[in-house]
Design a protein around this ligand. Structure first.
Ligand code: NIG
Ligand code: FE
Length: 425
């Protein structure tokens, strides 16, 4: 940790993504990384103060050069800290037993309908103390940081009762205050229908709408409101009600849409003006078009498709249709137990036909847009927060090409070096 100015110099490629803070990038724009070869950055007071060649910055800051920390990025790439816009990191326990069951032929929904899946993690999360949840989630955040991720969205949804939903959101708040990674919170009380409401799911929707949402807002515990819109979970009608109720209270809608079956979730996202629709493995053409027209960001999670052994979302088609696409790990104990956003970027190329450049856009500025943070993070521009990652590869294409490896060398968070040589310092 240090408070000195930082001078990152001579990056092989400085990937700026400049000019993209106002609206998410779409179509050919997603391929435009705005790379500066031999680029350098001057960081001061937690912010990006200047970008240019090493010579330019040396002249500009000659009076401060002696006191600055010099980070030599020769042979490496420098890019905005990665942003993960969809995770379920605050949970207890793990579900490798279900992984084994799925490998033997059981499906994700069968396991959930038999009381496992989200219900299994809900039981563990209800039993866990605040301290235990905090400690388990801190470990996951450390792992995110080591993979170059500097901002993470975190959902509740393993409580399904107010007491536990509140506990999860309070843990997320404390994580935000404690860990160097910034955490952005989403309320997801409508993640599954608790067993006692199985015969009367609308009564649970009533509880979410009339009691939980008002309390979330009153206690300032979240900015976004999400729902698992899926056959056998929440119907499009119930999802609409939950998202509209959140809007009344100022919560921005997000939606788990068309993950297992086509269910008009993408259409609903466009209708309610959601900031993002996530998953979309089985989204209809009509739904994708509606999203493109309404500017709803498609947060794609190819790690989930990989881990559930399902066909990935049609990322290529969505980009060509004009949907702004972002990428995320979906980090959770059931459908995607990983913190490696770089691996997700590789999967986006391999399984969804995206280019390495599009994958970088999707995991930086478009991801920042998906959590309403595009003015502060997601690109390297003067005045933005100095959330920067240095990857030990000579060009951006190698990031996706050397798959399953962690190339993170240095992470700078809000102007402080927090990872050096791949280790947290
Ligand atoms: O995004 N699909 C719903 N929710 C999570 C999985 C949660 C779990 O299985 O624990 C998801 O995939
Ligand atoms: Fe999810």
């Amino acid at each position: 940790m240090n408070d000195k100015p930082i001078f990152i110099k001579n990056a092989n490629e400085l990937i700026t993504l400049k000019g993209s803070s106002d609206a998410p990038l779409t179509k050919a724009g997603m391929n435009e990384l705005h790379i500066l070869n031999n680029g350098s950055v001057w960081i001061e007071a937690g912010k990006i103060a200047a970008i240019g060649t090493a010579e330019e910055l040396k002249v500009k800051y000659r009076a401060k050069l002696e006191s600055a920390m010099i980070v030599d990025a020769a042979g490496k790439i420098v890019l905005p800290g990665l942003v993960d816009p969809h995770t379920h990191i605050v949970y207890a326990g793990s579900r490798e037993n279900e992984f084994n069951m799925r490998l033997n032929g059981a499906t994700y929904m069968e396991i959930m309908n038999n009381g496992g899946g989200i219900h299994a993690t809900t039981s563990k999360t209800r039993e866990a103390s605040h301290e235990q949840l905090f400690a388990e989630s801190m470990k996951r955040l450390d792992s995110f940081l080591k993979h170059g991720v500097t901002t993470v969205e975190a959902k509740s949804g393993y409580g399904l009762d107010w007491e536990t939903e509140k506990k999860q959101l309070e843990v997320a708040k404390r994580l935000n205050e404690t860990h160097v990674i910034d955490i952005v919170s989403t309320f997801m009380g409508a993640h599954a229908i608790p067993a006692q409401y199985k015969e009367n799911p609308d009564a649970f929707v009533d509880l979410v709408v009339t009691e939980m949402i008002p309390k979330v807002v009153e206690e300032k515990l979240a900015e976004f409101n999400d729902v698992f819109c899926e056959r056998g979970v929440f119907t499009p009608e119930q999802s609409r009600r939950i998202l509209e109720a959140g809007k009344q209270y100022g919560l921005i809608p997000k939606i788990h849409a068309d993950e297992i079956e086509p269910y008009e979730g993408a259409e609903l996202a466009a209708e309610v003006g959601a900031i993002s629709a996530d998953h979309l493995l089985r989204a209809s053409d009509k739904g994708m078009l509606a999203m493109a027209q309404a500017g709803v960001i498609g947060v794609l999670l190819p790690g989930t498709a990989f881990f559930l052994m399902a066909e990935s979302a049609k990322g290529r088609k969505m980009i060509d249709m004009g949907v702004p696409v972002a990428l995320s790990t979906d980090c959770n104990p059931g459908s995607s137990p990983t913190t490696s956003l770089p691996f997700i970027m590789n999967l986006a190329c391999m399984k969804m036909g995206m280019t390495p450049a599009e994958a970088i856009t999707a995991a930086t500025i478009n991801a920042a847009h998906a959590i309403n943070r595009s003015k502060e993070i997601g690109s390297l521009e003067v005045g933005k927060k100095a959330d920067i990652v240095i990857m030990d590869v000579p060009n951006y294409m190698q990031l996706a090409y050397h798959y399953g490896m962690n190339h993170t060398d240095t992470v700078i968070k809000a102007g402080k070096i927090v990872v050096q040589g791949g280790s947290i310092c």
